[in-house]
Design a protein around this ligand. Structure first.
Ligand code: GDP
Ligand code: MG
Length: 300
């Protein structure tokens, strides 16, 4: 029997905050590896999702959205974003046709123009977009830049994603797989667990909580009975935010912990004991150790 040679490639996923990059990466991988939310800049560090299609392994680089950096946290995120696009075999530009703003797209297009990689346009959220403006946008963008291919997908429902995945896989270069067959991401379970709590924080508190809160992994330990004991610290920048996270009589943090615990148990397939502590850590993002513990690289 002749086996087809394996293929392996790196695909950078870029786009404005909230375009649906992390949702698409999860959909391509086939399981959750990145947290998502309607809050912009949910993804902080560069992370890899690993997708398989037949004999092809695709290393998807999920990046924070690229935007104007202000604080250290912002700078680290933008840095991680471009780092993710370095020496990729293809760059996917994800666009939310409804929310796309020229001011957000233009700097991306300018930066993309200088890059040698194959560029692919992905118009996302077709599940809630009308056809006409969608086609118009596709045409306008294609005139602006030489995209090798254009895909219309819904990362949320999965519509069009399988076709896109197959087409993408075909273009990957021949080579040995960089990761074992069963590996789905490069993020440790410990960090993913903290990310899942952060996702719940955003989900349940919405705009009450500014995005500069963080979840810091403390303990991640298997008990003799096979269950998992996890301790995490929720860092908030102001004392007043502590009360918001705790809620009346601790009701809010209880609900956050419960939702995160259930999701983790399902994802990891074991019983989970999750302990959350809220800590007022003024300027945590200026503290190198805390910063790195939340999965980010410290850059000046
Ligand atoms: P990112 O910042 O680019 O990583 O965006 P996310 O993946 O976190 O998604 C941002 C928001 O858009 C979330 O609320 C997602 O549920 C939502 N979203 C992503 N893809 C789709 C889609 O295809 N259709 C719809 N209706 N919503 C989507
Ligand atoms: Mg994201």
């Amino acid at each position: 029997m002749i086996e087809a040679p394996t293929k392996c490639g790196v695909v950078a996923v870029i786009g404005a905050p909230n375009a649906g990059k992390s949702t698409l990466v999860n959909q391509l991988v086939g399981q959750k590896v990145a947290i998502t939310s309607s809050k912009a800049q949910t993804t902080r560090a560069r992370m890899l999702g690993i997708a398989l299609f037949a004999n092809v392994q695709m290393i998807l680089v999920d990046t924070p959205g690229i935007f104007e950096p202000r604080r250290r946290l912002d700078r680290a995120m933008v840095n991680a974003a471009w780092e993710g696009a370095n020496s990729a075999d293809a760059i996917l530009l994800i666009v939310d046709p409804i929310k796309q703003r020229r001011s957000e797209l233009e700097p991306l297009l300018e930066a993309l123009e200088k890059r040698p990689e194959r560029k692919i346009l992905v118009l996302n959220k077709v599940d809630k977009t009308k056809k006409e403006p969608l086609l118009e946008l596709a045409q306008e963008m294609s005139q602006r830049m030489d995209f090798e291919e254009v895909f219309f997908v819904s990362a949320l429902t999965g519509d069009g994603v399988a076709e896109m995945k197959e087409a993408l896989a075909e273009t990957m270069p021949e080579g040995v797989w960089m990761y074992p067959e069963d590996q789905v991401s490069d993020v440790s379970e410990r960090l993913l667990a903290a990310e899942i709590t952060r996702e719940q924080l955003y989900r349940q508190l919405h705009d009450e909580l500014p995005y500069d809160s963080a979840v810091r992994p403390e303990l991640y330990q298997h008990r003799p009975d096979g269950s998992l004991e996890i301790h995490q610290q929720i860092l908030v920048a102001r004392e007043s935010q502590r009360a918001i996270v705790l809620g009346k009589g601790g009701a809010r943090i209880k609900a956050i912990g419960e939702a995160a615990r259930m999701e983790l148990a399902e994802l990891l397939g074991v019983k989970v004991h999750l302990f959350l502590h809220v800590k007022h850590a003024d300027k945590w993002s200026e503290d190198k150790e805390m910063f790195e513990e939340t999965g980010l690289d410290w850059v000046r």
